[in-house]
Design a protein around this ligand. Structure first.
Ligand code: M6R
Length: 611
């Protein structure tokens, strides 16, 4: 949650920082601010979007070669000007930006108030900067030393950047639990929560590790641990294209990302599905193949859309590899006292690789000796680094807050994993494996075909844009798709929506059905098709308005449904990759017609780095 960006070098800092904030706005958009060393330590900040900040700054002095900026997703304190970052210390000599949460801020604040520090916000961050000031005053030490000592006193998660009016030629940054990457340019450095603000200036980056402090001074980057041990910065080459983080002519990132799916699914299989040679290949699995083969149980931990991908994986792994699977909300799992043994494999799924609950679930499972396998999209992310092994989804940056291409890439990777493990365990025959490989290689083209339904789906969106409730029903592999369709609609259009297993409806939700209730039924031809047809009859008998997603050529359901969306046929096992596409489009168009901010829905942020 929250995006941070900073610059030190020979260029004007403010335009670089503002552009970086726009790229990071998906991480939070409650308020934005900048601090610049303009001779003074100047802070400009404003409630609202980066655009509001830019309007506010217009015409003021921004001339500086060092500065930092922040875009906020509110945790401590409502979104307003005074809770916006950067925060000054009491003397206004020091300023800080912070992504994360300081858990012991209340006790520290009481102590600091007694020492005479004055607070102007409700944030934990203002406590952090005053703690640094207090330590510096008490110890008459440098800012670097004060930051180091302060890090020993705070409990929680942070990525911070600190500037001081009295030591004006340096930037100090540190991280624990929240991401921080440094771009290394020619006589200049960039710091940010992720690489998107950096990529147009340099592709050389250093990922800061937990408990490390980075000091950039006199054109040099020095990294030390919190215990003051010097580290050698590991410079990596970024493989990120600038156009992948721009809208490329689409009105919204979400639409662009929906339409990118034929390519992103292909990328997630690239080098892994070798059709001609007839084999599957996943580097991250190789060393752990035997572990998977002998696994007694697989536990999947994730949140939100990634959790829905985990549910699809439960069907896949039980079906193809015959391994018992449990799918857990990371946030619940970590606070139970779950039974985990060294023979368990825990698969953590996360687009961002930064979700705090998923990270904490990993740490807990690790401490009990389980093997942790990560499926992440963001390369070098905290989860990718915390796991024993894993596979990247290679979907490319996903900027729209509503996850779309990340879901289909996760499901693709999980399908490959289930096929590899099933084949090794002898539960998936050579013939069936071959068939699935061929069918999987056809999925990008089938998703392309599903995308041509866009105009039809706009018509349906127009019809239902003003309703207040929606039901989504599916069975088997299409049940997680129903959940995902409902989540997409809720989060971007603010229409209440529920996903249900179609047969479970008669145990309660059927009471909701009347002539005003739209019911999206994912009713593709599969092993439960006949049963789903009966469920549609039950809805129809109560006058519910049926929107059916069916397999191309279905001649039964069109007679029962008000609207029919025909998707291409594929294997039951692979259907979620296709059937989810019209649901993504439906929620997108409804949200646009309702005038909602599709890419930045209210109260949300792209990665949830707080518990
Ligand atoms: O980055 P992650 O996959 O770990 O994120 C998990 C959820 O926060 C995320 O899927 C969220 O539910 C999305 N907004 C759904 O569209």
């Amino acid at each position: 949650m929250c995006g941070i960006v900073a610059y030190i070098g020979h260029r004007e800092a403010c335009p670089i920082i503002l552009k970086g904030l726009r790229r990071l706005e998906y991480r939070g958009y409650d308020s934005a601010g900048v601090a610049l060393l303009t001779g003074e330590l100047t802070v400009y900040k404003k409630k609202g979007k980066v655009q509001d900040l830019e309007n506010f700054i217009g015409g003021r002095n921004t001339h500086a070669h060092i500065g930092m900026g922040h875009t906020r997703w509110a945790t401590h304190g409502e979104p307003n000007d005074s809770n916006a970052h950067p925060h000054y210390s009491t003397s206004e000599r020091i300023a800080i930006i912070h992504n994360g949460i300081i858990e012991n801020y209340a006790a520290l604040k009481t102590h600091l108030q007694k020492q005479g520090h004055v607070f102007h916000s409700d944030t934990d961050t203002e406590v952090f900067v005053n703690l640094i000031e207090e330590i510096q005053t008490q110890n008459s030490c440098t800012l670097e030393e004060a930051v180091r000592l302060a890090l020993h006193e705070v409990i929680g998660a942070y990525a911070i950047v600190v500037l001081s009016r009295d030591e004006p030629n340096q930037l100090i940054a540190a991280r624990k639990g929240s991401p921080l990457v440094i771009g290394v340019g020619q006589d200049e450095f960039f710091l940010a929560s992720d690489a998107t603000p950096i990529i147009e200036y340099t592709n050389e980056v250093v990922y800061v590790n937990d408990y490390e402090i980075a000091v950039i001074r006199d054109n040099k980057l020095e990294i030390r641990t919190r215990e003051d041990v010097k580290q050698t910065p590991y410079i990596q080459k970024l493989e990120l294209e600038l156009e992948s983080i721009e809208k490329g002519g689409y009105e919204h990132f979400m639409l662009k990302e929906i339409f990118e799916q034929p390519r992103s699914i292909l990328d997630s299989m690239r080098g892994r599905l070798e059709l001609e040679a007839g084999h599957l290949n996943m580097g991250g699995v190789r060393a752990y193949e035997q572990k998977f083969v002998n696994a007694q149980r697989i536990i999947i931990v994730a949140c939100g859309t990634s959790w829905h991908a985990g549910l699809v994986a439960e069907y896949l792994l039980e079906d193809l590899a015959r391994i018992p699977v449990e799918v857990e909300y990371a946030s619940e799992f970590r606070y139970r006292n779950p039974v985990i043994t060294e023979r368990d494999i825990v698969i953590a799924i996360s687009q961002s690789g930064e979700t705090a609950d998923t990270l904490a679930a990993i740490e807990m499972a690790k401490s009990k000796g389980a093997t942790i396998f990560g499926i992440c999209n963001v390369v070098g992310s905290s989860i990718a680094r915390a796991t024993d092994a894993g596979a990247y989804t290679h979907a490319g940056p996903e900027i729209g807050v509503a996850s779309t291409k990340a879901f289909t890439a996760q499901v693709t990777v999980l399908t490959l994993l289930a096929m590899i493990v099933g084949h090794k365990r002898g539960t998936l025959s050579e013939t069936k494996l071959r068939e699935l490989m061929v069918e999987l290689s056809n999925i990008p083209a089938k998703v392309e075909q599903a995308l041509t339904l866009d105009a039809e789906i706009q018509v349906i969106a127009e019809e239902f844009k003003d309703v207040t409730n929606f039901l989504y029903l599916g069975r088997g592999y299409n049940f997680p798709v129903a959940l995902e369709g409902a989540l997409k609609l809720k989060e971007i259009s603010y229409i209440h929506a529920e996903g249900y297993p179609a047969a479970e409806m008669k145990h309660g939700p059927i009471a909701l059905i009347d002539e005003n209730m739209p019911v999206v039924v994912i009713a593709t031809k599969d092993s439960s098709y006949e049963k789903v047809v009966s469920n549609i009859q039950e809805v129809k008998a109560r006058k519910g308005r049926i929107i059916a997603v069916v397999t191309e050529g279905d001649d039964v359901i069109p007679a029962m449904a008000e609207f029919v969306i025909e998707v291409p046929a594929t294997s039951e096992v692979l259907m979620p990759l296709v059937s989810v596409v019209p649901l993504q489009l439906l929620s997108y168009h409804i949200a646009v017609l309702r005038g909602c901010n599709v890419d930045q829905p209210r109260n949300l942020a792209k990665s949830v780095t707080v518990e």
